[in-house]
Ligand binder design. Structure first.
Ligand SMILES: Cc1cc2nc3c(=O)[nH]c(=O)nc-3n(C[C@H](O)[C@H](O)[C@H](O)COP(=O)(O)OP(=O)(O)OC[C@H]3O[C@@H](n4cnc5c(N)ncnc54)[C@H](O)[C@@H]3O)c2cc1C
Length: 195
């Protein structure tokens, strides 16, 4: 399948304990990796995913469903390849791929073969959502949205929602500034309706 859309490369320095799946196992390989930890850097790929997930309550327990479709996986692979090229161009000596296969890439000419060898098996990769969005999407149609364009819920009058849940789909980008702008806009809507 051909990857058709966009991705954003983002540098992060996350807590050490959050990197486990990219690290090469336990014991000696782990000690060797950690002894060079201060020379490592992480790049992540943000994508505007096409598939949707669900959060349900089932017998009093939260149930989260999320699948990675093949198109999104191809975009993710393009992100890995681009990240790999950026890192080698910056002088990297070895790349650790965030998969339970414990894969490394040791030179630029290995990038395509290693990444193309990856299959869409979501449990093997280190996917993270730092940016949950869209659980109370905004729109005019009460059948397909939770809040109106002013931020007031369609079902409960005078109840306003002012956070990332309003976004109709993933924006494919770090959302804080958009959340601030939405909060500012909806504050104005509340003032307008109640003064
Ligand atoms: C590790 C990490 C790194 C991130 N880095 C970036 C970044 O670099 N740039 C960027 O733009 N975005 C970043 N984000 C995303 C960004 O932080 C969130 O998208 C944004 O904060 C969402 O805003 P929000 O108001 O919807 O939710 P939140 O900021 O999560 O606010 C929800 C609030 O509701 C409160 N709350 C929850 N339940 C209740 C309750 N029952 N009663 C009362 N209060 C309650 C919580 O305490 C919290 O204060 C990052 C997120 C994470 C997790």
């Amino acid at each position: 399948m051909e990857a058709t859309c966009c991705l954003l490369l983002d540098a992060i320095q996350e807590p050490v304990e959050a990197s486990f799946q990219a690290e090469p196992g336990t014991g000696k390989p782990y000690m060797s990796y950690m002894s060079k930890y201060r020379n490592t850097v992480r790049l992540i790929t943000l994508i505007h995913d096409q598939n949707v997930g669900e959060v349900n309550w089932k017998d009093g327990v939260k149930e989260i469903k999320y699948f990675v479709d093949d198109g999104d996986f191809e975009i993710m692979k393009n992100g890995l390849k681009t990240n790999a090229r950026v890192l080698f161009a910056a002088g990297a000596k070895q790349l650790f791929i965030p998969t339970s296969h414990k894969l490394t890439i040791d030179s630029e000419d290995q990038i395509d073969a290693v990444i193309e060898g990856l299959d869409n098996e979501p449990a093997r990769y280190r996917y993270t959502s730092f940016h949950p969005q869209g659980t109370c999407r905004m729109g005019a149609d009460p059948k397909s949205t939770v809040v109106s364009p002013t931020g007031e819920t369609h079902e409960v009058k005078n109840l306003y929602i002012v956070d990332a849940s309003l976004l109709p789909t993933s924006i494919g980008y770090n959302p804080s500034e958009t959340v601030y702008a939405l909060a500012h806009y909806i504050s104005d809507q509340i003032n307008r309706a109640h003064t």
